[in-house]
Design a protein around this ligand. Sequence first.
Ligand code: NAD
Length: 362
Amino acid sequence: MAYSPNTPPIPEPIRIAVIGCGWIGAFHARSLAGHLPGVRLEAVADPAPGAAAALAAELGIAKHTTDPADLFADPDVDGVLIAAPSAFHATLIAQAAAAGKHVFSEKPAGLDLVELEGALDAVDRAGVEFQIGFNRRFAADFAEAKNRINAGDIGSVQLMRSLTRDPGTAAGIGHAERIKPNTIFLETLIHDFDTLNWFNEGARVTEVRAMADALVEPSFKGGGLLDTAVVTLRYDNGAIAVAEASFSALYGYDVRGEVFGSAGMATAGNPVQLATGTFTAAGAQAPTERLNIELFAGAYRSELAHFAQLIAARNGHAEAPAVPTPGAQAARDALEIALACVESVRTGEAVRLVRETAGGAL
Ligand SMILES: NC(=O)c1ccc[n+]([C@@H]2O[C@H](COP(=O)([O-])OP(=O)(O)OC[C@H]3O[C@@H](n4cnc5c(N)ncnc54)[C@H](O)[C@@H]3O)[C@@H](O)[C@H]2O)c1
């Protein structure tokens, strides 16, 4: 898969600090340090002893700390990238915004709507830029599907599908004991909910039904681990969507989307990313990508280039990005659906999302 090209180089370096130097934070830090013109990785923070120091040493940067407050107080930091565990996102967003830093937050921006709104209020009050890490929007095939929908090629949207299958191991899910309850909705399918909302832009979800189980690791179900889920969504423009996820696809990392409408269909995503295949008497074989940072490598970099361009545009050093930013409303809408899924699994019932409109509740 090819990905959308990076935005044009920015004349003044945009100085970004990374908070949380784990799996995705370290990957983002490496992108900021080495792959994005006009961007500088200014500092890294992580409370785990040695984590930020080790990443700073690897990337050759001087500033590392165990306390994110040091980054908020640093006048040389223009924006922060929050890649701490999700439970800390809302607080860190609010603190960063209050310090006048532009904010890129990994998803979800909060774990409930109250803390999310608190964080987004802080962003509003500070008037800083806010972007959430819905990286699929920056993958070239997903972006092209969106362009085709916007151009009217698909007609009116009727059915949509989105799926995420995380790579498993032969033994099941790696570190299953560390996965928090409802992660499948709040951290995994939240990407699918955003993708569906984005494909069906302007429409709002009115009804959510979710079914989930621990089919990969049944012994972890007692601890709240759900590793397999299907969600159906009804939108107020009539469209019906299905999102599904599994935490153990043995063939690799698999993310796909599909929009079917009155005039045709658009698809995006293919677990087979390499052009090389083999064709033998046994049939055809093709390698698959194993990790999110492989499948979406370019998309992750493009979303960071977008964030840097937002800041550069604020400083008058660049044009505003050509595509809209996944920001506060996208963060809210996707989290609301994820939380409705949690409720639907708990009760076994569909959840109706009440919308306030000019004419009253919908
Ligand atoms: N967009 C994506 O595709 C994607 C992919 C992976 C993870 N994520 C999100 O990124 C976040 C991190 O996930 P991960 O897999 O990298 O987790 P991880 O556990 O590998 O890393 C988290 C890091 O944050 C540090 N940390 C803990 N408390 C902190 C705090 N209060 N402040 C700063 N740092 C703190 C930890 O020491 C650890 O190094 C999660 O919210 C997850 O949902 C997004």
